[in-house]
Design a protein around this ligand. Structure first.
Ligand SMILES: Cc1cc2nc3c(=O)[nH]c(=O)nc-3n(C[C@H](O)[C@H](O)[C@H](O)COP(=O)(O)OP(=O)(O)OC[C@H]3O[C@@H](n4cnc5c(N)ncnc54)[C@H](O)[C@@H]3O)c2cc1C
Length: 205
């Protein structure tokens, strides 16, 4: 999907003595720096390990950037140019499922810190998680359809999957009535979860 580049909120940050720490906290794109490896490298040297796991800011450990708020270390796959020279830098999918998984890990880490539990931070690397997407193409329980796509991992891992960077079976898509039923089910499950009704935490992101 081709979209204009995303950017974060243009927030300014200051420390207790009033010094401007915006560039310590945020990348030039406006997203918050976290535990990613931001060392500038050519595409050939990019690795799945560059991607953040805990989303904790390295300078201010009480700050986390979950969901769409964190600064990615680089594009997700090889940057390209259009014939007229416009840069196309593939960005990680800023969608609900990864945001939910990352949000859960950050919330659990913050809860551990607040409660004084001496535990390692929870992790949710996009290089270790899969994602699914269901795009409706007709909403009817008998004649409807939807395109269902799965991708694993979200960030390609060329060491683990040298051919395409992704698992060949767990990266595919199909279209059919089953897709509409999945979308229908997810709709009610997510609303149930958002209301925190009994058993909500068992429903995955
Ligand atoms: C039109 C549209 C359709 C989409 N469809 C899908 C879809 O079908 N499937 C899918 O997976 N994803 C979809 N997405 C993407 C998905 O909604 C986002 O990826 C997800 O909501 C990001 O979650 P988040 O918690 O990181 O950020 P957000 O959901 O944007 O939450 C950030 C929150 O912070 C609040 N906030 C901002 N600034 C401040 C401040 N200064 N103080 C206090 N609060 C503040 C905002 O009000 C907001 O509530 C869609 C997005 C759009 C715009």
């Amino acid at each position: 999907m081709l979209l204009p580049p995303f950017s974060g909120q243009p927030l300014k940050a200051y420390n207790r003595s009033g010094e401007d720490i915006t560039s310590t906290l945020f990348a030039p794109s406006g997203f918050m720096k976290v535990d990613a490896d931001y060392t500038p490298r050519p595409y050939e040297q990019w690795s799945a390990e560059d991607w953040p796991r805990t989303y904790q800011n390295p300078t201010y450990p009480e700050l986390f950037a979950a969901g769409i708020a964190f600064a990615p270390p680089h594009a997700i796959s090889k940057p390209r140019k259009t014939p007229n020279g416009t840069l196309i830098a593939p960005a990680p999918p800023r969608t609900g499922q990864p945001s939910g998984s990352i949000g859960r890990a950050c919330a659990e880490s913050i809860a551990d810190m607040v409660l004084g539990r001496d535990k390692p931070l929870h992790e949710a690397s996009m290089a270790r998680m899969g994602a699914s997407c269901v795009a409706s193409t007709g909403a009817n329980l008998r004649t409807g359809s939807a395109a269902a796509m799965i991708m694993y991992p979200v960030v390609p891992d060329d060491k683990k999957y040298p051919e395409t960077g992704r698992h060949p079976y767990h990266t595919r898509g199909e279209i059919g009535l089953f897709g509409h039923w999945i979308k229908f089910m997810l709709h009610y499950l997510f609303i149930y979860k958002a209301k925190a009704l009994p058993g909500w935490s068992l429903i995955p992101e």
